[in-house]
Design a protein around this ligand. Sequence first.
Ligand SMILES: Nc1nc2c(ncn2[C@@H]2O[C@H](COP(=O)(O)OP(=O)(O)OP(=O)(O)O)[C@@H](O)[C@H]2O)c(=O)[nH]1
Ligand SMILES: [Mg+2]
Length: 271
Amino acid sequence: MSRVGVLVLGPAGAGKSTFCNEMISHMQTVGRRAHIVNLDPAAEPSKYEFTVDIRDLISLDEVMEELDLGPNGALIYCFEYLLNNLDWFDEEIGDYNDEYLIFDCPGQIELYTHIPVLPTIVRHLQSQLNFSLCATYLMEAPFIVDSSKFFSGSLCAMSAMILLELPHINVLSKIDMIKDNYSRKRLKRFLNPDPLLLVDQNDKEMNPKFHRLNQCIANLVDDFGMVQFLPLEAKNPDSVSTILSYIDDVTQWAEAQEQKEPNDQIDIEEL
Ligand SMILES: Nc1nc2c(ncn2[C@@H]2O[C@H](COP(=O)(O)OP(=O)(O)OP(=O)(O)O)[C@@H](O)[C@H]2O)c(=O)[nH]1
Ligand SMILES: [Mg+2]
């Protein structure tokens, strides 16, 4: 049994749900099967129906109303409820052997940067349900053109990477929003930016008191190799296809398919 799971993470509005839908759309076009697992209890209706939906277990609105909680507190309550009902989760996912599951996560990044909710789900998927997982972390392109936002976004991405301990792919979403304003050469510089150069730009805009702190953060981001981004333009199937090929690579999807290839026997006999 080989199951591949892709966690789609990133701040609110980064384009996660759109990316999940475009992945399904692209995979259907090339004859592959995939499903969306919605882990966002506040999700809006999406283009493709959710195969597994946390809202079937618990509703954010009801939690807010009944427990008199705000949206963030209610979200954490929903995830704690999910953790206490993992048998429900296993049953829902259990039917999807040998399939590609795309986990659409909420935009409240404290779920994967501060508290161990998603890490617990990740360990469960790996150890109990035999998933090969990877994380895609989406950051909006207009973010990266502002160096201070680039650093804060990179630190959040790094925090998710450290907490989840998964193969991690950084994605620069909504690239179409900046591509008309920058030459191809300049765009490439954003996709593979040099944090040590960016810190100079930061220094010009910030109080000099922060110079050493900026320098240390730039070194950290540089050392972690966190500075590569794959471009995503949701409506461009080529960009979705390229990201998918990276996901296939880190989750070893193709190898898993070869292992269960039904025609292996025939090939051997033909030799
Ligand atoms: N221009 C542009 N807009 C995009 C792209 N991807 C998503 N959007 C828009 O960005 C907005 C947010 O997209 P979502 O996919 O809902 O973002 P999300 O990360 O799932 O948001 P939350 O679940 O609320 O955290 C929507 O209006 C999308 O249409 C893109 O590649 N280009
Ligand atoms: Mg969403």
